[in-house]
Ligand binder design. Structure first.
Ligand SMILES: *[C@@H]1O[C@H](CO)[C@@H](O)[C@H](O)[C@H]1NC(C)=O
Ligand SMILES: *[C@@H]1O[C@H](CO)[C@@H](O)[C@H](O)[C@H]1NC(C)=O
Ligand SMILES: *[C@@H]1O[C@H](CO)[C@@H](O)[C@H](O)[C@H]1NC(C)=O
Ligand SMILES: *[C@@H]1O[C@H](CO)[C@@H](O)[C@H](O)[C@H]1NC(C)=O
Ligand SMILES: *[C@@H]1O[C@H](CO)[C@@H](O)[C@H](O)[C@H]1NC(C)=O
Ligand SMILES: *[C@@H]1O[C@H](CO)[C@@H](O)[C@H](O)[C@H]1NC(C)=O
Ligand SMILES: *[C@@H]1O[C@H](CO)[C@@H](O)[C@H](O)[C@H]1NC(C)=O
Ligand SMILES: *[C@@H]1O[C@H](CO)[C@@H](O)[C@H](O)[C@H]1NC(C)=O
Length: 323
């Protein structure tokens, strides 16, 4: 599935094809010896700290989740977890809210790059489609079948196999962290160790952010008969998280729906809840999980703001695991 981030503009990464962001050595990244520095603070630059130990590139992290009602691959057994948003990714935005993508084409495991150039423009560096064994197979030599099982339960694609989506998330986003850069793993780096490390880190944050339960606590439950208001949903999630998350919607614009037309509304926000993005800064490596919630950048939603404008749909019968 394509990450929908049309609201932000792509930053400029000059060295898009290099195997490491800063060309750093693979020695001496003993993070326990390094000061605990907050990402996006004044000290968090590669000349002042070890970029393997403090995130100096994509220091505004987003833990992102989807709400979908089907996968499109139900016939092959690819279904949604019951009562749960699904994992989308863990994105490294630049501290100014822009972002880079596909930062290391030596780690390109995305079968359908989107966009297909590093800048998204026709004159950008082409991101070649990956044709090798799917990224899920990278976990097998590590014996991590339990992790693969978990990922097939909660890290779900729509319209394509789950592993294609994992490859997309890794190559588009994880390669733009200084702290997941290959030299950080030292001279005894084992191939794909960084992939395993990233998957586990993305899961670590996802597990702390039980969106479905948080909404349920406020009696906001999936319904095909009730509608909700953005402030209700975003307010409850902000209360539980400690900062305002981005709430993303798909579907028709409110001013084109029957309800919007009847209300003579000029609200052109979309009307079907589909994503939540939680923003944070991290102290030290993202892998260590020491994060501080921060408010979403502006705009903090793509949804309609009108009262009762939003659908939080129930999954399709037969699209849920166990059904
Ligand atoms: C690694 O650290 C040692 C001991 O401090 C130092 O002598 C060496 O120059 C460092 N190597 C690199 C590549 O930074
Ligand atoms: C990238 O995608 C665009 C839009 O689909 C297409 O026109 C273009 O030919 C593609 N470029 C490459 C290098 O595949
Ligand atoms: C690429 O194209 C964009 C938009 O068409 C333009 O602004 C930019 O200067 C071009 N970059 C290069 C390196 O040619
Ligand atoms: C609908 O809203 C527009 C713009 O706010 C206004 O000009 C128009 O008079 C309204 N029409 C009705 C029927 O209320
Ligand atoms: C809905 O709003 C958008 C943005 O303001 C506008 O372009 C579009 O024409 C509107 N559609 C209708 C049916 O009013
Ligand atoms: C975050 O947003 C909340 C709610 O709008 C606001 O009260 C708070 O001041 C914001 N925090 C920061 C640091 O901007
Ligand atoms: C979302 O952003 C808008 C515009 O910046 C702001 O007015 C609003 O308070 C923000 N929402 C929350 C819940 O803080
Ligand atoms: C609820 O509505 C959504 C969107 O139309 C649909 O995909 C889903 O199948 C419906 N679920 C049920 C239980 O009717």
């Amino acid at each position: 599935m394509v990450s929908i981030k049309s609201i932000v503009f792509v930053g400029t990464l000059v060295s898009a094809v290099k195997a490491s962001l800063y060309g750093e050595s693979n020695q001496n990244h003993t993070c326990i010896l390094e000061p605990a520095v907050l990402s996006c603070s004044a000290q968090a630059t590669p000349d002042q700290v070890d970029s393997c130990c403090t995130e100096t590139y994509g220091g505004l992290l987003l833990s992102t989740q989807f709400w979908n009602t089907y996968t499109g691959l139900e016939a092959q057994g690819q279904k949604l977890p019951p009562n749960s948003f699904t994992l989308h990714g863990l994105w490294p935005d630049l501290c100014n809210g822009l972002y880079d993508q596909y930062c290391d084409l030596t780690r390109q495991y995305d079968p359908a790059p989107s966009p297909n150039t590093t800048t998204g423009l026709p004159n950008g560096t082409v991101v070649p489609p990956y044709r090798g064994p799917n990224i899920g197979t990278f976990l097998e030599p590590f014996g991590r079948y339990d992790l693969l099982d978990w990922m097939n339960k909660y890290w779900i694609n729509q319209g394509g196999p789950n592993h294609d989506f994992w490859g997309h998330e890794f190559s588009k986003h994880a390669t733009c962290y200084s702290t997941f850069d290959l030299p950080c793993y030292g001279p005894e780096y084992v191939e794909h160790e960084d992939v395993l490390d990233f998957f586990q880190t993305a899961i670590k944050y996802y597990k702390r952010l039980p969106t479905w339960e948080w909404l349920n606590e406020a009696k906001i439950v999936p319904s095909n008969s009730t509608t909700y208001t953005l402030s209700q949903i975003q307010g409850q999630l902000a209360k539980k998280y400690g900062a305002v998350p981005y709430v993303g919607c798909s579907g028709p614009r409110y001013n084109t729906t029957a309800a919007g037309i009847a209300a003579n509304s000029t609200d052109s926000g979309r009307t079907v809840i589909s994503e939540v993005w939680y923003y944070m800064h991290v102290v030290g490596r993202p892998q260590d999980g020491n994060s501080i919630p921060v408010n979403a950048t502006s705009p903090n939603t793509s949804c309609a703001k009108a009262k009762g404008a939003l659908h939080y749909y129930e999954p399709t019968p037969g699209s849920v695991q166990g059904s």
